[in-house]
Design a protein around this ligand. Structure first.
Ligand code: FAD
Length: 363
């Protein structure tokens, strides 16, 4: 018996969930979304991400499990499918004690532990010897991470789903239950998977008041400094960040950033952009030629994305809305890629429960 499934949302959460579900030929999947890979919009977080793997989930939490379970999948894709636009890249993390209470310091508190849980997950983990730390930095870690070129990876996920028979359609819904009536077969969907990110705040039938944005501003440049790096904070404000991510397959280098909670501004702030570029060159002079400053950066674009944060954490849960079975998978903050497979595995397990109940009801 076929399972009619609607995935609402085509960001990394929706596409990863659809990709896993599409591997079972019994699942007939329609992916419906206002925005699709190729679009750049403030309501669509996924294209703006770096994106790399820098675990932040606290030891023993569901978040930790999602990140732990995601690494093997990202590693396998990187090893097996170069066309997916992911490569392995060394990454360096610098920690300053004075950042501990700032928004960025709290965000990275697990990442910057000297003996973190993820040391046994990622390859080549080591603490940076103290005599190799720049002045003002109290500790540092190094490991091999991945960097995902989102402009290649998101279309790759679409391609995998389409190859497995999934159908993609543009659609905008005011209410989640309406999505059940838009399955490509014309039949009502057995289950709708809600992967609408920050829009779960305003989507009828969900209206999740716990959702809020953490605004991330970036500069994408053609310069390639090699390894990636990140710091626990900056001296330019509690919600300003510093990271450099070198994307695979010609994706350029992402200079970040910011972590501005409750800020919805879609336009790049050029003063902030200047601070980002200056900070990145200070900490990584090899970004430009010797003696150069910001003028040595070859800018592709300025960008702003809104990380879909949720008080209390990501929501992966079964629900029933106006008689429609719903599985939620949203609220992935700044970790939607590095937790993508772990979260999607849990969402798929809930979808299976819904479908089993449907089969039992028909017996
Ligand atoms: P989104 O990508 O926002 O997708 C939502 C989808 O739902 C879209 O297709 C949208 O059109 C659709 N939709 C919404 N409402 C409706 C509706 N009513 N009707 C129809 N369709 C609808 N994460 C990492 O793991 N590593 C990183 O290095 C990283 N860096 C980041 C840097 C920046 C600057 C930003 C902004 C984020 C970063 N993130 C990173 C976080 C990551 O990008 C997000 O967690 C992730 O993209 C969220 O994906 P999503 O699919 O849940 O939501």
């Amino acid at each position: 018996m076929a399972n009619n499934i609607v995935v609402l949302g085509a960001g990394v959460s929706g596409l990863t969930t659809a990709y896993l579900l599409s591997q079972d030929p019994a699942n007939k999947i329609t992916v419906l979304a206002k925005h699709m890979p190729g679009d750049y919009d403030i309501e669509y977080a996924s294209p703006w991400a770096g994106a790399n793997y820098m675990p932040v989930g606290k030891e023993g939490s569901a978040h930790q499990k999602w990140e732990r379970n995601t690494w093997p999948a990202l590693k396998e894709i990187t090893d097996k499918y170069p066309e997916a636009g992911i490569h392995f890249r060394g990454t360096l993390i610098y920690n300053r004690k004075k950042d501990q209470e700032s928004d960025t310091g709290k965000w990275f508190s697990e990442l910057t532990q000297p003996n973190p849980w993820y040391k046994d997950v990622v390859p080549d983990f080591k603490n940076v010897p103290s005599d190799q730390l720049p002045s003002g930095v109290d500790s540092g870690q190094e490991f091999t991470s991945v960097c995902i070129n989102t402009a290649v990876y998101l279309p790759w996920l679409v391609g995998q789903c389409v190859k497995n028979g999934a159908v993609f359609k543009r659609a905008v819904f005011k209410h989640i239950a309406d999505a059940a009536n838009a399955h490509h077969t014309g039949q009502k969907a057995d289950v709708v998977i809600n992967c609408t990110g920050l829009s779960s705040k305003t989507l009828g039938g969900v209206l999740d008041e716990k959702m809020y944005p953490a605004r991330g501003q970036i500069v994408v440049v053609r310069n390639d400094p090699g390894p990636m790096m990140s710091t626990s904070g900056t001296d330019d404000g509690e919600d300003e960040a510093l990271y450099i991510m070198t994307r695979a397959t010609g994706g350029g280098t992402i200079l970040g950033g910011s972590y501005q909670k409750h800020n919805w501004d879609a336009l790049p702030d050029m003063n902030l952009a200047n601070r980002i570029m200056k900070r990145c060159i200070e900490v990584c002079p090899s970004l430009v030629k010797e003696g150069q400053g910001i003028e040595g950066l070859d800018i592709i674009r300025h960008g702003v994305g809104l990380r879909p944060l949720r008080e209390g954490g990501t929501r992966i849960e079964k629900d029933k809305v106006d008689g429609v079975a719903v599985v939620h998978n949203y609220g992935h903050g700044g970790f939607g890629y590095q937790a993508s497979f772990g979260c999607a595995y849990d969402a798929v397990a809930l979808v299976k429960e819904v479908l089993q109940n449907k089969s039992r009801a028909k017996l």
